[in-house]
Design a protein around this ligand. Structure first.
Ligand code: FE2
Length: 248
């Protein structure tokens, strides 16, 4: 089972180049690359829109996403709207609050963190899921469940109530592989039974060595996950990106 992960597209329509980046072309480049990867399924881990969610953005994206030719699931981010995704892409394109999939005997859990926090029902559902079995679990969520030693993001944009989420994951004792976006970094953080993989953005990457916002680089990335009976391997693939204007 080969899964493709992309996130943080932050698509600007109508020729707008935020930070001098052609995010439409970035999206097209990533999807074209993913089409060559013989994927079984794509998880899009949120932040499709540049700032406020807009149905025009989702309507622009959908035919290009379908063009890849594999089933997909959108895990919404804080710049997304579940209702607008459903309106543009159909009710099966995303989910309400949480979702469980079984793919080749692997338990795949998804959580909607688009409000930058989880509610009690989501946390209770996760607790129940983790205590219902014993094998490894893959969790897809836009926000990382802990800080990632990226000072700007940790201080200003980390998930509210992340301690409760992380406590449930750690206490379960289940081997968990958490795949997230939001931070615009390529990073792995391991804490006891929980391994967190942050996938780079399709927009720009954020520096990990400064307290203030600083673009690290404009290459763009997506992730491949290979699930087999007893193992999971994953890697990030980078593309050049389309930085078309110099910022003054
Ligand atoms: Fe985000």
């Amino acid at each position: 089972m080969r899964l493709g992960i992309l996130n943080d597209l932050h698509i600007a329509l109508n020729g707008e180049f935020s930070h001098g980046v052609d995010t439409c072309q970035n999206t097209l480049d990533v999807l074209a690359a993913m089409k060559t990867e013989r994927l079984d399924r794509i998880y899009l881990l949120g932040d499709i829109c540049l700032q406020d969610p807009s149905i025009e953005t989702y309507e622009w994206l959908m035919p290009h996403l379908h063009e890849v030719g594999v089933p997909f699931c959108i895990v919404p981010g804080n710049h997304d709207s579940v209702s607008l995704i459903k309106a543009a892409a159909g009710v099966d394109a995303t989910f309400d609050e949480y979702q469980r999939d079984i793919l080749d005997d692997h338990t795949i859990l998804c959580l909607d963190s688009s409000k930058s926090q989880l509610n009690n029902a989501q946390l209770e559902w996760l607790h129940q899921q983790l205590n219902a079995g014993s094998g490894p679990v893959v969790l897809f969520i836009h926000h990382p469940p802990t800080t990632l030693a990226v000072p700007y993001m940790d201080a200003r944009h980390s998930l509210s109530g992340r301690e409760d989420l992380m406590r449930i994951c750690l206490k379960s004792g289940r081997r968990m592989m958490v795949f997230c976006g939001h931070y615009h970094v390529d990073k792995v953080v391991i804490e006891d039974n929980v391994t967190i993989f942050s996938t780079p953005s399709c927009y720009c990457q954020i520096a990990s060595h400064t307290d203030e916002f600083l673009v690290d680089h404009y290459r763009i990335g997506y992730r491949i996950i290979e699930l087999s009976h007893r193992s999971l391997t994953t890697e990030v693939r980078y593309l050049t990106g389309n930085k078309v204007l110099q910022m003054s």
